[in-house]
Design a binder for this molecule. Structure first.
Ligand SMILES: C[S@@+](CC[C@H](N)C(=O)[O-])C[C@H]1O[C@@H](n2cnc3c(N)ncnc32)[C@H](O)[C@@H]1O
Length: 345
């Protein structure tokens, strides 16, 4: 199979189902992939109001009656090459979603989230609702700890102007991300936006990790992965598509997206989640009682305790609660640490 290798990755021009035998078992940290939709995608561009001469030819579609078998085959390969604890994100429309869900159900992969990606420029319809979303299925291979960088883009403490948590908003499972309009640039018919790919790559991998896309199309996954200092591997069956985009990947500067990627402004403490020992809880309680006499606010006290006990906010609040220090609603004589708890850590 024809391939191009750079220090950052290898890109194969061929079928990912047979070709993935070139990738060892359990070797990939993250798979992000956007398989053909089986809806005559090779004619998809006719729906979009844009200059057709810039849409790359050569998109290879899968006939609808072969979609089920095709899906089972590539998902088995994805399961094999993903490392335990690795993550898999599949972008899918709704037409053949059931085949993808069924195929995933037959594997050992476990569902983490079912994300809805809402985009602009939905396909125009006159007698039904305009379709403007895709499904993103986020799964993991069990066996080891999954990479999820909770505070990679917004620290838990970062708020918007109305006081809402930016971290919470960024981690909601409905994503509103616009498609990119790149006038005058060669593109795949339905290229994934860099903002969507960066988000997945930042949350679910670390620098140096290997990111795979079994259906490269316009190489958007490969480019974003290298741009964020990850390694990349992938397949594109169409020679036309491969040749149109490979040079961009080969010549891009590793890490070129790091300066512009969203990163937490106030990186917070990583929650340790280690169980509390009895003597530690006793110490915590004693220290809390000492601090409360100083007239500090509950927030300040929690902050000091986080530092001293190397724990997160919620962990401190929960352990104090176990010692009888009420963490529920504010009352006159009670301390109020965690009085605004709305979730469990
Ligand atoms: C939906 S597009 C991927 C778009 C891509 N995510 C992007 O952002 O440009 C699916 C791609 O899979 C390719 N393809 C179809 N069958 C394939 C196969 N068996 N192996 C590898 N690529 C295949 C198609 O030619 C098409 O480029």
């Amino acid at each position: 199979m024809r391939s191009v290798t750079t220090p950052e990755g290898t890109f194969y021009n061929g079928d990912c189902i047979t070709g993935s035998s070139l990738i060892p078992d359990n070797s990939v940290d993250l798979i992000i992939t956007d398989p053909p939709y089986g809806i005559e995608g090779d004619k998809l561009h006719r729906h979009y109001n844009r200059d057709e001469s810039f849409v790359t030819d050569g998109y290879v579609e899968i006939p609808a009656d072969e979609y089920e078998t095709f899906t089972k085959s590539w998902i088995l390969q994805a399961e094999r090459i993903l490392r335990p604890g690795g993550s898999l994100y599949i972008v899918s429309g709704y037409t053949h979603l059931r085949h993808i869900l069924n195929a995933l159900h037959e594997t050992t992969l476990e569902e983490i989230n079912h994300i809805i990606w809402r985009y602009n420029f939905g396909v125009f319809t006159s007698r039904k609702y305009v379709s403007s979303h895709y499904h993103i299925l986020y799964y993991t291979k069990p066996g080891e700890k999954r990479t999820f960088n909770t505070e990679c883009r917004f620290a838990l403490s970062e708020k918007d102007e109305a006081g809402g948590s930016l971290n919470y908003q960024d981690r909601e499972d409905v994503w509103i991300i616009n498609r990119e309009y790149k006038p005058g640039k060669v593109k795949n018919k339905n290229e994934l936006p860099g903002a969507l790919l960066s988000k997945i790559i930042q949350y679910s991998s670390n620098e140096g990790d290997l990111v795979c896309d079994l259906f490269l199309g316009g190489f958007s996954t490969g480019l974003t992965a290298i741009g964020l200092n990850r390694r990349a591997v992938g397949f594109e069956i169409s020679p036309l598509m491969f040749d149109a985009r490979i040079d961009e990947v080969v010549t891009c500067e590793p890490g070129f997206l790091l300066d512009t990627a969203l990163v937490a402004k106030e990186p917070g403490r990583t929650l340790t989640r280690k169980p509390w020992k009895e003597d530690e809880v006793a110490l915590l309680r004693a220290r809390y009682q000492e601090l409360i006499k100083t007239g500090k606010t509950q927030k300040e006290i929690n902050s000091i305790l986080q530092e001293e006990f190397d724990r997160g906010y919620w962990s401190i609040a929960k352990a104090l609660k176990q010692t009888g220090i009420k963490t529920g609603r504010k009352s006159k004589e009670q301390n109020t640490i965690g009085s605004f708890i709305t979730r469990h850590d």
